[in-house]
Design a protein around this ligand. Structure first.
Ligand SMILES: Nc1ncnc2c1ncn2[C@@H]1O[C@H](COP(=O)(O)OP(=O)(O)O)[C@@H](O)[C@H]1O
Ligand SMILES: [Mg+2]
Length: 305
């Protein structure tokens, strides 16, 4: 008797506005087919999909979750073989994890956190905003710069807009982050190191940045200006340390258990790398900008099914 092995089935989770995936991820379907894996795009909130029928579900362009994070995390918990795992997504979809990085001495952008439960008055918010330079107001749950705004501390009008922005987020129950605006984002750009199975695969930089006057409800991801980037040893080291903190928090200390990770860095005032975000949920990987990246990612997925 011969037993023919059927091809493993993989779902690449996306959102309803990108039912055929983001253009950077779309070539994965063929790359996986070349490895004997039957992959297809699947919209994460499509009630018709039987997630348990897949050998793995890989989270990709699920970029509409930010306004309904609870629903997204609940969905993740119901998917049996999710990559990255639901516990990772729950930890990573709230930027409160930056406090854990800071506690572990990983450099992060200095952040002031505004708690919605404190019912802060406009005056109380005003006193918490920086006295110098530009600053950023953003919610702890966001993706693609959604609801993120850049303001000028010395301009009364801009400061007033910032207070209103913070209040709007707080009254809807969202925790708010206040950060100094890091100007390297305008010059060098934001550097993104992509790690597959915990190992550095490639890096890109993104030169899209926030402008004043801001439009806090408009996302930046349509404006991404990505190019290939060769990271310094110091940047790689900070990215590894950041991923180790994440692994200690939610992966039994093993960074290799993350199928994918993207660590976003900016350059702080001392000229050294500083973490802006660790993306273990739905990072765009910029594979088109890095020869071999698509093959590495497809190999890593194929090895897990
Ligand atoms: N403190 C900051 N200084 C400079 N730019 C910032 C700062 N915070 C956010 N930004 C800009 O807003 C974008 C989105 O912020 P980020 O923290 O990466 O959240 P997300 O990507 O999850 O929306 C960044 O890519 C960057 O361009
Ligand atoms: Mg980001």
């Amino acid at each position: 008797m011969t037993t023919e092995k059927t091809a493993p089935r993989v779902a690449l989770a996306t959102c309803s506005v990108l039912p055929d995936l983001d253009p950077d991820d779309a070539p994965l379907v063929q790359a996986l087919a070349d490895r004997g894996v039957d992959a297809r795009a699947a919209v994460w909130d499509d009630p018709e999909i039987d997630w348990a029928s897949f050998d793995a579900v890989v989270v990709r362009s699920t970029w509409d979750y930010a306004v309904r994070r609870d629903e997204f995390v609940t969905w993740a918990q119901g998917v049996p073989r999710l990559l990255n795992a639901a516990s990772v997504l729950r930890w990573n979809t709230d930027k409160g994890y930056l406090r854990e990085l800071e506690a572990a001495d990983v450099p992060v952008i200095p952040t002031l956190w505004l708690d919605p439960e404190r019912n802060l008055s406009s005056r109380a918010i005003h006193t918490r905003l920086p006295a110098h330079g530009d600053f950023v107001i953003k919610p702890v749950v966001s993706a693609g710069a959604r609801d993120t705004g850049r303001y000028q501390s010395g301009e009364a009008y801009s400061r007033g807009r910032a207070i209103q922005h913070a209040k709007n987020l707080l009254v809807s129950g969202r925790e708010v982050m206040v950060q100094p605006y890091v100007t390297s984002v305008d010059t060098t750009g934001e550097v993104r190191l992509v790690l597959i199975d915990g190992e550095l695969s490639h890096a890109t930089r993104n030169k899209a940045h926030l402008t004043v006057p801001h439009h806090p409800t408009r996302g930046l991801y349509p404006d991404e200006q990505l190019s290939a980037f060769e990271p310094s040893a110091e940047q790689v080291e900070v990215a590894r340390r950041a991923l180790q903190v994440a692994a200690d928090a939610v992966a039994g200390g093993d960074p290799a258990s993350f199928l994918y990770a993207r660590v976003d860095l900016v350059t702080g005032d001392e000229g050294t790398p500083v973490v802006i975000e660790v993306e273990l949920t739905e990072p765009s990987l910029g594979m088109a900008h890095a020869p071999g990246a698509l093959d590495r990612f497809a190999d890593a997925i194929a090895a897990r099914v």
